[in-house]
Design a protein around this ligand. Structure first.
Ligand code: NAG
Ligand code: NAG
Length: 404
């Protein structure tokens, strides 16, 4: 993609359609869809509404070319089929949701499912390191006397810049989906184009505010639950104990790694901050889960394991994490939301920054989010949060908490 940027107009063909695109720069746009219905219908409306963004992302996302190549090998095909069969059995309603997006956007289901497989299929034939690994995000959370604040930079491959949207959904499962375990869901989540909600940042109606950090264990478990299905299911989590059960995924377990930062608000308004690290359990049919609570200390998490001891990849995801942690810790301990904004805006690093906006970097900060629980707002910034106004301010609604 980078090399083509010298041309003022790109022309490429995808599935017989010719798409012309001018270099976009950094759009100050946060598309939001409010949507209600069954899993399939909600997926369909998201796909239909954001069809051009999704098509464009699928056509330009370099990693997907790699996943498609792996899919053509026996090992890749085997991992895909096994994962799909397992997910159809465990989460058939999320498979329908993906099918809905595919049908609405008019893109192949296979492309969208390959996005879910991510590093699981990317490493299936050649698990070499250093690896150019996915993602890179910094999260910070603090409790203040009156509030709790979670700040997050959403960092992703540069193709993802301008290729995301927010889904604010009320899922009303069909009787058939209900029978298979689907429940009513209310949530809002940022989504990378064509991807399921849940693997970035957002909140659910039961009192959860969250952000995700990608983590990269060296050894993965092809066929097991992709992390994006776990984080999709977390959007339905009722409380902290339920979230813990979902993370553990008893009976199968996660295939790859991630960490989630959570602030749980309970019915009486109490707030608790947690970070959970999740990894494949190489000896059992469940995920490895390590949860830490934060009361007086700030929560700081990037893209390396802090507590679970395992062999991680080597490569830019680790180097970048080390550099960002160093930059974050060079600031005084954050005490206010302004401190969090300042830290998230840090560009002091030479190779890697907390707010990554350099033109030629592979990983870029595509947006920053700030959740303020006293105001019940989720602010989304496209530029540095301490010197720009949020492009969007969404209400946080814990509607299911109020109902009972
Ligand atoms: C990693 O990414 C860089 C920059 O895009 C590229 O030059 C390099 O070949 C990639 N390495 C691997 C192992 O894919
Ligand atoms: C914004 O944050 C950066 C990095 O922390 C800092 O250097 C700068 O002084 C801050 N700017 C303002 C206006 O607070």
């Amino acid at each position: 993609m980078k090399t083509y940027m010298f041309w003022s107009v790109l022309v490429f063909t995808y599935l017989g359609t010719v798409i012309c695109e001018k270099p976009l720069g950094r759009r100050r746009a946060v598309p939001v869809i409010y949507v209600q219905g069954s899993h399939y219908d909600v997926g369909y409306d998201v796909g239909r509404t954001f069809s051009s963004i999704i098509k464009n992302f699928i056509a330009t996302y370099e990693n997907l070319r790699d996943f498609e190549k792996e899919y053509k090998t026996d090992a890749g095909r085997d991992a895909y089929d096994k994962t799909l069969a397992n997910m159809k059995q465990r989460f058939p309603y999320y498979i329908k949701e993906i099918q809905g997006v595919a049908d609405g956007a008019n893109v192949p289901f296979q492309s969208l499912f390959l996005l879910q497989m991510d590093d699981i299929i990317g490493t299936i034939n050649d698990n070499h390191v250093p690896r150019n690994d996915t993602g890179g995000c910094s999260s910070l959370a603090i409790k203040t006397p009156k509030s709790a604040v979670l700040g997050h930079t959403e960092d992703a491959f540069s193709e993802t810049l301008n290729h995301f949207y927010i889904m604010s959904a009320h899922i009303i499962p069909t009787p058939e989906d209900k029978e298979r375990g689907a429940v009513e869901e209310r949530f809002a989540s940022l989504c990378y184009a064509g991807n399921m909600p849940g693997y970035t940042m957002g909140y659910n109606g039961n009192g959860l505010v969250f952000s995700i950090n990608t983590l990269s264990p060296l050894t993965l478990k092809p066929g097991n639950t992709p992390r994006t299905f776990i984080t999709r299911r977390l959007l339905a989590s009722k409380n902290f104990a339920d979230a813990e059960r979902i993370l553990r995924d008893e009976g199968l377990g996660i295939a790859n790694g991630f960490s989630i930062n959570m602030i749980w608000t309970d019915k009486s308004g109490g707030r608790k901050i947690y970070n959970a690290e999740v990894a494949p359990d190489l000896t059992g049919d469940r995920s490895l889960v390590n949860i830490e609570g934060f009361a007086d200390e700030p929560l700081i998490h990037v893209n390396i394991y802090r507590r679970i001891k395992l062999k991680e990849v080597i490569g830019p995801i680790i180097d970048s994490s080390t550099a960002r942690l160093k930059a974050i810790h060079a600031h005084p301990t954050p005490k206010t939301q302004k401190d969090i904004k300042d830290i998230l805006s840090d560009t002091s690093g030479t190779d890697f920054q907390v707010f990554q906006e350099k033109k030629d970097t592979v990983i870029k900060t595509i947006a920053a989010g700030l959740f303020e629980l006293d105001k019940m707002t989720w602010s989304i910034f496209i530029n540095k949060p301490n010197i720009s106004e949020p492009v969007a301010v969404l209400p946080i609604r814990f509607s299911m908490l109020e109902k009972e």
